[in-house]
Write a protein that binds this ligand. Structure first.
Ligand code: NDP
Length: 244
């Protein structure tokens, strides 16, 4: 197998682990990053150590032209894109009453419009190939909401609607579209929370621990594989039972 996976926001956290896991499972990796740093070099190095090809592509998912250029680069290098993982995401938390308009817009622009921009740039190639997998990283808060995250929850709920609608549009083309909704995963995004807040959240999770990036990456690996060939339009929660 020499399949190609394009993962957005993959220098650290969940995206990085998805890229490494897919590399270990024989995929060539197109790795999108926004800022060049040591994390990018380390991730590329780990992917290559796993024996996979790694193309790193700078680009901002909230910019449509940038996404079209990235898609073209992946096709020029590898000839196809079999798996797209829309992972890039940000938070700018605040109660709605105090939220700045630009913080609401920024989160929607990266998380939801970013998912649209990248998918729209890539779908034509998948249609030509007559196969593809699109895996969108949503969140449990897109299902249940969270105080202080109206912007983020709206973006993640939007991703779920986008996933289901696109699954209906492209199912006949053998393109499967699913979402993964992680709960509380140990990354930079959650490192900013106070220890006491983390402890309270852990208490509310039946499995009594935060998830790891591997917990999420393993589900993405499954959704990218032949083993999931009759699953589309679904939201798979990876949350230790946090939301039932
Ligand atoms: P991190 O903050 O660790 O990583 C986010 C990644 O997205 C970074 O590589 C970042 O790059 C990249 N990124 C942000 N904005 C853009 C952009 N405009 N264009 C391209 N890349 C961008 O987050 P996580 O790994 O925790 O989160 C990954 C995904 O999982 C996100 O969509 C998040 O919402 C989701 N998620 C995370 C949960 C958690 O508990 N951690 C729970 C539920 C969902 P840069 O370094 O350049 O900013």
């Amino acid at each position: 197998m020499n399949k190609v996976a394009f993962i957005t926001g993959a220098t650290r956290g969940i995206g990085r682990q998805i890229a490494i896991t897919l590399a270990e499972n024989g995929y060539s990796i197109a790795l999108n990053y926004r800022n060049e740093n040591n994390e990018l070099k380390q991730t590329k190095c780990e992917i290559e150590n796993a024996g996979a090809k790694c193309l790193t592509i700078k680009g901002d998912v909230s910019n449509f032209n940038s996404c079209e250029e990235m898609a073209k680069k992946v096709i020029d290098t590898f000839g196809e894109i079999n798996v797209l993982v829309n992972n890039a995401g940000i938070t700018k938390d605040m109660l709605l009453i105090k939220m700045k308009n630009e913080d609401f817009e920024d989160v929607i622009n990266v998380n939801l419009i970013g998912t649209y921009n990248v998918t729209k740039s890539i779908i034509q190639y998948m249609i030509k190939q007559k196969e593809g997998r699109i895996i969108n990283i949503s969140s449990v808060v897109g299902l249940c909401g969270n105080a202080g995250q109206t912007n983020y929850s709206a973006s993640k709920a939007g991703i779920i609607g986008f996933t289901k609608s696109l699954a209906k549009e492209v199912g006949s083309r053998n393109i499967l579209v699913n979402a993964v909704a992680p709960g509380f995963i140990q990354t930079n995004m959650t490192d900013v929370l106070k220890e006491e807040v983390k402890e309270e959240i852990k208490k509310s999770i039946p499995l009594k621990r935060m998830g790891t990036t591997k917990d999420v990456a393993n589900v993405v690996k499954f959704l990218a594989s032949q083993e999931s060939s009759y699953i589309t339009g679904q939201v798979i929660q990876v949350d230790g039972g946090m939301l039932m």
